[in-house]
Design a protein. Structure first.
Length: 401
């Protein structure tokens, strides 16, 4: 009898320690404010002691909806988020029972996920404040083993930290030091992208982008090209040499469907050579030309007769062309119906001025922050996106020497 009591005691002790150890790696989002209580060491979080606990074997994430707690209004949001990731990677989200399951639940107002595959029946909590597919993708990327962009080893090249700004009644100094601590031996799989869905906004002035043009870009709910590539590199998602497709504009064969390419935003078609639809191609001349774009996302009904945002964005694209070796100028004259907020989460405009089309360019959603964009890209892509209601934009364009 004493033997069995001893075994039970050590089993309960080990279980308690296991949950305490991994509880430190839970990431919380409370409404629009994101909180991390994490021992987050790497963008791709690889445990040296138990490496198999980080990655989901064969990229299969088994999950179920907890009938007792899950808010069923979020069912389609979760399904669309899993589909977005699966459509660009080799990750499979399966409802089949397994020893390790992801329990999808609604726990108050917290949007919460553990980092990586850590223990059986680990939870993913999604409240109504995380209704958008992009918000849930953020948490699912944690589940796959990734931390936030602002905790990368190279973050100081891109962010200026104001740690003292966090020492308020809301954020303790102890929390701030833990939240923004950097650790050695990181594995950085992709370049730093201000537009990553894993990048927090700077609304609390805890840190600012060293490139101030990205002030509104950080905190995006759009999964970036490099976010998907990061997952594919970490899980070794590749297409075999038998699939020969020549991807243009830095695209690469899509591990989910090797007959097509994963393309940077603004490029479409099977091989990234076409303009995505809906859209329009415009030709710049030396004089200013004007155009107007209306993008209506409409609303959805979640059962209380109030107008609510859509689960995912609608997009529209302009390709603006010019003669070779000319600079394209785009003057954003007016935007209406667009909510001005951090991360431009409900909608905005991105003029792709960055020389790397895979990288997010600065986004805008505030009427008092309009500017004239200059681009060497030909075509220069202008991406409009919207989650709620009607957005309208007026802009002018031309080329200069």
């Amino acid at each position: 009898m004493n033997y069995f009591i001893t075994v039970i005691f050590y089993f309960l002790l080990a279980n308690t320690l296991l949950h305490r150890f991994y509880a430190e790696e839970v990431v919380l989002r409370v409404g629009e404010k994101t909180v991390n209580y994490g021992r987050t060491k790497r963008q791709a979080y690889l445990r040296e002691s138990w490496p198999n606990f980080n990655k989901w074997p064969e990229g299969i994430v088994n999950y179920y909806f907890d009938k007792g707690t899950f808010d069923t209004r979020l069912t389609n949001s979760v399904l669309q988020a899993t589909e977005k990731i699966s459509a660009h990677t080799c990750i499979v989200f399966s409802r089949r029972p397994a020893d390790f399951m992801l329990k999808v639940q609604t726990d108050g107002k917290k949007c919460e996920a553990a980092i990586g595959r850590v223990y059986p029946d680990q939870h993913l909590s999604v409240p109504l404040s995380c209704y958008s597919a992009g918000s849930i993708c953020h948490e699912l990327i944690h589940v796959l083993g990734f931390i936030h962009s602002h905790q990368r080893m190279d973050r100081d090249e891109y962010l200026k930290l104001n740690i003292s700004a966090s020492s308020t009644p809301t954020w303790s100094a102890e929390f701030s030091n833990m939240q923004y601590r950097k650790y050695a031996n990181q594995i950085l799989l992709v370049p730093y992208d201000y537009g990553s869905v894993m990048q927090y906004s700077d609304e609390d002035d805890e840190y600012n982008p060293k490139n101030p043009e990205y002030h509104r870009t950080m905190g995006s709910n759009i999964v970036s090209f490099y976010d998907y590539l990061m997952i594919n590199l970490h899980y070794e998602c590749y297409c075999s040499a038998n699939f020969e497709i020549d991807c243009k504009h830095y695209g690469y064969p899509n591990p989910s469907n090797c007959h097509e390419c994963n393309c940077p935003l603004g490029f479409g078609g099977l091989d990234c050579s076409e303009r995505p639809e809906p859209g329009e191609t415009l030709t710049a001349v030396e004089e200013w030309r004007n155009t107007k774009v209306s993008l209506d996302a409409g609303y959805t009904n979640i059962g209380n007769d109030t107008k609510f945002q859509q689960i995912d964005y609608v997009y529209q694209y302009l390709w603006i062309t010019a003669p070779v070796n000319k600079t394209i100028e785009i003057d954003l004259k007016e935007l209406s119906g667009v909510k001005c907020d951090y991360g431009c989460k409900e909608g905005g405009i991105e003029v792709k001025t960055h020389p790397d089309p895979r990288m997010t360019s600065p986004r805008a959603c505030c009427s008092d922050e309009k500017q004239i964009y200059k681009s060497q890209n030909n075509p220069t892509i202008v991406m409009f996106y919207n989650l709620k209601g009607l957005n309208e934009y007026k802009l002018s364009y031309r080329f200069i020497d």
